[in-house]
Design a protein around this ligand. Structure first.
Ligand code: NAD
Length: 427
């Protein structure tokens, strides 16, 4: 979080605007604009040098009206409770938008795992769970990995929870490695989910991915699998981009005849950085950071980081572009939204476009609770069904009310949660 920007105030402003459009009553507004529960606690960890260091942890459950709270746990030196509150709120809208029976939550620990040994991180994970075990669980609140946390952290946390609860409860946490409760298809889920929504948007324009072109920002987990499926379905991806840690800047990699994803993946490191020299040898043009957005393509997918489609870059979007699908979280600024709107481009908002990840986490939990595991094909076909249905519900409302798709997605998501609160008799 930089400067005075407060993400939770932003999340509340977004909610207020939609609540006004939906004419929500005062009680529902008061209930949904703040988290239902928050836990703040300290975690003493014995470090490798024998001294005890005390870390600050949080877990925020924004809403469990539609089902157990769901959301990641972040490790970050600059973590703040307002960031966690905002992210928990956005999780509520995301799970509701794709209509999975979960609510929204998020957790965090102020720490820098890059400066900690594996043993120290394990003790931190176990310490976090020992503080929060009574307030999470497969039917209460289900954490997952997020910034700087991974499947190993989730397994240590699950193991600690199981020790305390006395049994096997793999559904307490998702994002676990395959073979110890993880789901097949999770690696592909977010990127594929983005492309399922793009396919549906094109279908509503009487077009197909076959014969369409796309330009993608990023080449990490989301971008790689979005590019892979887009190409598999007959489309052409002309650009991807990435951050170069040596030069401390980003570049666009372009091939007019279409990129070869498997080749690019073979020369990309685990942080999503493509080796420039190898790409150049293979005939890729290496262009500046923002070149990806200035291409004559039908589809743009900002799949890297936040704040990329801005008042400066959005005017450069070509008139060929019909769809923007936000694989990343928050890639478009509110000013750029106005420009995109004026160009008549269909905007598939982040909490719809990139909901494939959380949907697959939900499938992981379902499989854990049944103790029966699906094939990758089954997972991906169920994912396609969920994402396509969610997309079309939002697109129908946007057409019917003649509103921007981001507004329609918010309206559907918030109305579903409000309705659950009402049916439960809370408001
Ligand atoms: P990742 O770390 O695997 O990849 C990020 C990619 O973005 C890398 O290729 C990196 O080089 C590139 N990048 C970073 N800064 C850049 C810049 N300034 N310009 C161009 N490229 C840049 O991350 P990911 O898992 O692919 O996530 C990407 C985005 O999608 C994030 O906003 C994340 O929050 C969101 N998201 C991810 C998932 C998921 O399941 N992975 C789910 C929902 C949302």
């Amino acid at each position: 979080m930089s400067g005075n920007f407060n993400p939770f105030e932003m999340a509340q402003r977004q909610f207020d605007a939609v609540a006004a459009k939906l004419n929500l009553d005062e009680g529902t507004r008061a209930l949904l604009r703040a988290p239902r529960r928050e836990y703040h606690f300290t975690i003493p960890v014995r470090m490798d040098n024998g001294q005890v260091k005390v870390f600050q942890g949080f877990r925020v459950q924004h809403s469990d009206a539609r089902g157990p709270a769901k959301g990641g746990i972040r490790f970050h030196p600059d973590e703040t409770v307002d960031t966690v509150r905002a992210l928990a709120t956005w999780m509520t809208w995301k799970t509701s938008c794709v209509d999975i029976p979960l609510g929204g939550g998020k957790g965090g620990i102020i720490c820098d795992p890059r400066l900690m040994s594996d043993a120290e991180q394990e003790r931190l994970c176990r310490g976090y769970i020992s503080q929060i075990a009574r307030d999470i669980g497969p039917f209460q609140d289900v954490p997952a990995p997020d910034v700087m946390t991974n499947g190993q952290h989730m397994l240590w946390m699950m193991d600690e929870y199981e020790k305390i609860a006395g049994g096997r409860f793999p559904g307490v946490i998702t994002g676990k490695p395959v073979g110890v409760g993880g789901s097949l298809g999770r690696t592909e889920a977010t990127g594929y989910g983005v492309v399922y929504t793009v396919r549906e948007a094109l279908r509503r324009m009487n077009k197909t991915i076959k014969g369409s072109t796309a330009s993608i920002q990023g080449f990490g987990n989301v971008a790689q699998y979005a590019a892979k499926l887009f190409i598999e379905l007959g489309g052409k991806v002309t650009c991807v981009s990435c951050w170069d840690n040596t030069d401390k800047k980003s570049y666009t990699f372009k091939k007019t005849s279409g990129i070869d994803v498997d080749f690019l993946m073979s020369i990309t490191d685990k942080f999503g950085s493509i080796t420039k020299g190898r790409a150049k040898e293979a005939g890729y043009e290496i262009l500046d950071a923002n070149a990806w957005i200035e291409q004559d393509v039908e589809v743009l997918m900002p799949n890297a980081i936040e704040n990329q489609v801005t008042a400066e870059t959005a005017p450069k979007i070509k008139s060929t572009v019909k769809i923007i699908a936000e694989g990343a979280n928050g890639p478009t600024t509110p000013e750029a939204d106005e420009i995109v709107k004026s160009k008549g481009i269909v905007m598939i908002p982040d909490f719809l476009a990139n909901a494939g990840g959380v949907t697959c986490s939900y499938f992981e939990q379902v499989q854990n609770n049944m103790n029966y595991y699906w094939t990758k094909e089954e997972v991906l076909s169920k994912l396609d069904q969920k994402m396509s249905t969610a997309f079309n519900a939002v697109a129908d409302l946007a057409e019917q009310k003649k509103v921007y798709m981001r507004d329609a997605a918010y309206m559907i998501a918030i109305e579903r949660v409000a309705n659950a609160c009402k049916l439960r008799g809370w408001v």
